[in-house]
Design a protein around this ligand. Structure first.
Ligand code: SF4
Ligand code: SF4
Length: 323
């Protein structure tokens, strides 16, 4: 289900009748070089309308703040247990510190007292001013490298009211803007913002509706509509990203159909094939989430070469990996 989870609160810097706009952000990466030109600050917006079974950022899926417990970092000192005001924690010889979700209020005290970083709160509400300050730290790097800001998630378009404020400011500052999106929402959300965006990474996960639904929790109609709109109307600023996933689309028939679709809609945009990797496995453990891909080894670039050749034969511009 699509939710718009833009957050508004009042704080001392806002007027009483003008609630402050906030975004829920779960990570900020500085000096990124993979998601757009030059050196970039990458903002990870929390909350997604998909639940891809292979997701390597499972902490991005829920819009709400979450608690992560990294068993490998925990020495069992018990300090977090003593500090928890809700008595939500107990120790288990096998699982380490166990949280009772019915008692935990996500206050974050346990995370703040753990000297080993074994407990972390994921997700922070940030005001527009906070985000501007984060971005402003690296203005010089952006200018020297022709870099900028990349907005990703989760699905950042779910927090589009915040983007409606942030993107014009970035434009005013002449900072290059890129956004990564799966396109699973009404198309007008994207068309309303497209002029403020310099580069769009649009996911193309699968052409088969049922397969897409089974593996992401959502049908692909809206995503295909966004893909077609972007490659027809904004080919220059669009990069199509295909995550290549074993058991999903890492097969000849799927790739044939996907490339054929891209050819049919006249795609001249660059297409990136992104090999599945399992670097997110430990995050599933830390969030106590099921991970049905835990047994799948990562794919390497060599294994994607046949798909690059196939796509090229369709007349498409293909590269392996994100640049
Ligand atoms: S999570 Fe941190 S504070 Fe709690 S027992 Fe483990 S090491 Fe100690
Ligand atoms: S977040 Fe707060 S309530 Fe939850 S386990 Fe930690 S200290 Fe207890």
């Amino acid at each position: 289900m699509i939710t718009t989870d833009v957050l508004r609160t009042t704080d001392s810097s806002s007027t009483a009748c003008e609630p402050e706009l906030q975004a829920q952000i779960f990570d900020v990466e500085y000096y990124g070089t993979k998601d757009g030109p030059g050196i970039r600050t990458v903002l990870f917006f929390k909350g997604c309308d998909l639940s891809c079974r292979w997701c390597h950022n499972p902490e991005s899926q829920h819009a709400a703040v979450q608690l992560m417990y990294h068993r490998d970092h925990c020495i069992g000192c018990g300090r977090c247990i003593d500090e928890c005001p809700s008595h939500a924690l107990s120790i288990d010889s096998e699982r380490g510190v166990v949280t009772d979700p019915g008692l935990c209020t996500l206050c974050g005290r346990c995370a703040s007292v753990c000297a080993f970083g074994a407990r972390t709160l994921i997700g922070e509400r940030m005001s527009l001013e906070q985000v501007k300050r984060i971005i402003s730290k690296d203005l010089e790097f952006f200018r020297e490298s022709n870099g900028g800001v990349t907005i990703t998630g989760g699905e950042p378009m779910l927090q589009r009211a915040f983007l409606q404020q942030l993107l014009p400011w970035l434009n005013e500052q002449k900072i290059h803007t890129a956004i990564e999106t799966a396109g699973v929402y009404p198309l007008h959300w994207l068309t309303a913002l497209i002029d403020a965006i310099d580069m769009v990474f649009i996911d193309f996960k699968h052409i088969d509706r049922q397969r897409h639904l089974d593996m992401t929790g959502s049908s692909n109609e809206a995503s295909l509509e966004a893909l077609e709109y972007l490659v027809r109307e904004h080919a220059q600023k669009t990069i199509v990203r295909i995550p290549v996933i074993p058991g999903f689309n890492h097969d000849r028939q799927s790739m044939d159909r996907m490339f054929s679709h891209l050819q049919r809609i006249g795609c001249t945009s660059t297409i990136e094939l992104l090999p599945y990797h399992n670097l997110g496995n430990s995050k599933y453990r830390s969030l106590a989430m099921d991970n049905e891909f835990s047994g799948h080894p990562s794919l390497n670039e060599q294994q994607l070469l046949p798909w690059k050749e196939l796509g090229t034969a369709f007349g498409l511009t293909i590269r392996i990996g994100a640049v």
